[in-house]
Each structure stands twice: as structure tokens, then as C-alpha cells.
Design a protein around this ligand. Sequence first.
Ligand SMILES: NC(=O)C1=CN([C@@H]2O[C@H](COP(=O)(O)OP(=O)(O)OC[C@H]3O[C@@H](n4cnc5c(N)ncnc54)[C@H](OP(=O)(O)O)[C@@H]3O)[C@@H](O)[C@H]2O)C=CC1
Ligand SMILES: O=C(CO)COP(=O)(O)O
Length: 345
Amino acid sequence: MSKVAVIGAGSWGTALSIVLSDNGHDVRLWTHRKEQADMINNQHVNENYLKVNLPENIKAYDDLHSAIDDVKAIILVVPTKAIREVSQQLNRLLKKKITIIHATKGIEPESLKRVSQMISEELDSYSYEDIVVLSGPSHAEEVGKRLPTTVTVSSLDSSNAKLAQDLFINESFRVYTSPDVVGIELGGALKNIIALGAGISDGLGYGDNAKAALITRGLAEITRLGTSLGANPLTFLGLPGVGDLIVTCTSVHSRNWRAGNLLGKGHKLDEVLDQMGMVVEGVRTAKAAYQFAEDQEIEMPITAGIYQILFENKYPREVVEQLMSRNKREEMDDLAELIGGNYSK
Ligand SMILES: NC(=O)C1=CN([C@@H]2O[C@H](COP(=O)(O)OP(=O)(O)OC[C@H]3O[C@@H](n4cnc5c(N)ncnc54)[C@H](OP(=O)(O)O)[C@@H]3O)[C@@H](O)[C@H]2O)C=CC1
Ligand SMILES: O=C(CO)COP(=O)(O)O
């Protein structure tokens, strides 16, 4: 078994540490807060982030240098906005090339860069091909209780993806591989926008019909943007696409759904984000996707509506009216366009 470092001691970093510990690995969980490291080491809990008891072979560190010393792999799980800063810290410390797996779901607003691009830009001796992404329908709250979960790992270097698969796979955590890094990262990031929308819809008191429509038409938008950036459309029908979209739009565990739900009930964005205490990635991702879609003239009406609610103080009900009164369309034309084909009647 191997020494592995999990960088980021939030809910997802903690849950992934449990999987790795169950697989017999020597897990070093890094946090930038000393008091949190002390709590994990002395009481074996990480109470603000995951309400479970932690195995004793998860050791917390607040010193990054010691955390990554002699490890076989680094799992990077900080929010997207911290990825560059933490990668820069790693860059100063890394003495040799170690496999890096990230499990972060977001994109950078100004550049629309994906997480693997950001990481490889900050690490001198790494290229984009070296980074692995892990994504799929996987709430930390369920993984922490060892409930059955499936995810996908991907890297342009398939040996890195296989290494990640072997590190994580067990009887309650099934790991697939895929070659489509772009699709997997974009699926994981963009579903958070639609989950905000599903939460808003529930907060407004709408029903399952509205949510099913958001999921389905949301998937069409994700696929449209994703394929324009080189993703394989099939990926969006898999675990990192429709799978993650379903779980995030329908689960009370979802931070994005919960934030959306409060917005739908009339709370202001700042107040909602203060209340959450955990990262709500969909907010920054909505800004990134909206700006890109505008620049590239990609049709993303749900994303545009959510952007207006988040950043232009538009009332959610007005956005729903706007979406429901769009021009009449043929659904099959849209669907065919998503896979690059033409539908002829
Ligand atoms: N939670 C989940 O179920 C899942 C989450 N993800 C993704 O994983 C990523 C992390 O999410 P999650 O664990 O939920 O987030 P949380 O908000 O639970 O935790 C984030 C952690 O990162 C730390 N952090 C934030 N900024 C920095 C920084 N600059 N330097 C060091 N540490 C920092 C936080 O520290 P502090 O305590 O100081 O805030 C906290 O420990 C997100 O991209 C999310 O989308 C993916 C799948 C499932
Ligand atoms: O990505 C996730 C589940 O797969 C977690 O989503 P939330 O950040 O909305 O909780």
C-alpha cells in the first residue's frame, strides 16, 4: 500500500481520504488550519465538514512539505478559486514528479480554463497530460458513509488514469476510466449551474416537472458548450455528465442545490453564501460559462437566466417566464445538433 497526500480538508477531501484509508493507504490530509489538523489527529473528526468518525490512519498535517514527503500520489481537492495558489505552493516543494489527481469541479472565470490546465500551468515540471481528473455523481456525505458510489477518472496519459483507478477502487467506490479529460472536467463544472437552477425551482415551489425539464434542457446546454471546447458528446451521457447532473439537481446534500433553494425562497446571494459555510462552485462557473457563451454566441438560456439571478438581481420568477416564453422550437433539431448531426424528418 502507498503513502498518499490529500490536499484540501473540506468535505470532499475528507470523504476521499476515507476511501483511500479503507483501501489500506497511508493517508496524509493537508489543511491550511492548524486547529483543524489537531482536531482530526486528536478526536478523529472533521466536524465542520463531514459528520462521520474518521479512521485513525488518516493523519492531518498543516505543513505541506511534510504532507507530500515521499508520497506516491497527490489528490488535489481545494475549491477552484484556490487551485492556482495551492499549486504554486506545491511547485515550490515538489522535488520529483508524483502523480497528481484532482477532484475539483469548476472553471476559471476570466480564462475559462479547466482545473487540469490551471494546475499544469503552475507546476514547472508537469504538463497537462500528467494530470488526472476524478469526477462523477458522488456527494461526500454518502461516500463518507461508504454508500455505493461510481466515478470516472481521466488523463491523457492512460497509465496515470489506471493508477488513480487502482488507488481508489473498492466494493463501495467503483471507478471507471475514460480518455475524455475535457468532457469530464466540463461536465463536473457545468452541472453545478443547473443544480443552482434546480434548487431555485424547488425554492419557488415548482414541482418535479420543472426540475426534469431543467435537467434535460440543462444537459443540452452543457453538451453544446462542452462540444464547442472539444469534449466528446458521449461523455455527457455518462457518470460525469447526466449522472452528476441528476445527483446534484435532486439531492439535499448538494451545496449548489441548497444555495439555489435559498435563492428561490428570496434570500440574497451574499447572505446565502455566508450561510453555506462550504464552497458553492456553480456561482463562479455560471459567470465563466455565461461570458464565454455570450462571446462565442452559444445558446445557453438556462445559464443566462441563472447568471441574471445571481449577478443582475433579476427575480427568479421573471427568469422562468422568460424561459417558458422563448420562441417555439423543434426538440429533435436541438438534440441532433448536440451530437453534430442533422435531423431530417
Ligand atoms: N463536497 C462534495 O460532495 C464534492 C465536492 N466536489 C468538489 O470538490 C471541491 C472541494 O469541495 P468541498 O470539499 O466540498 O469544499 P468545502 O467547502 O467543503 O472545503 C474546501 C476546503 O478547501 C480549503 N481551502 C479553501 N481555500 C484554500 C486555500 N487557499 N488554501 C488551502 N485550503 C483552502 C477550505 O479551508 P477553509 O476551512 O479555510 O475554508 C476547506 O478545507 C469543489 O470543487 C467541489 O465542487 C466534488 C465532488 C463532491
Ligand atoms: O459534485 C458533487 C456531487 O457529485 C457535489 O456537488 P455540490 O458541490 O453541489 O454539493
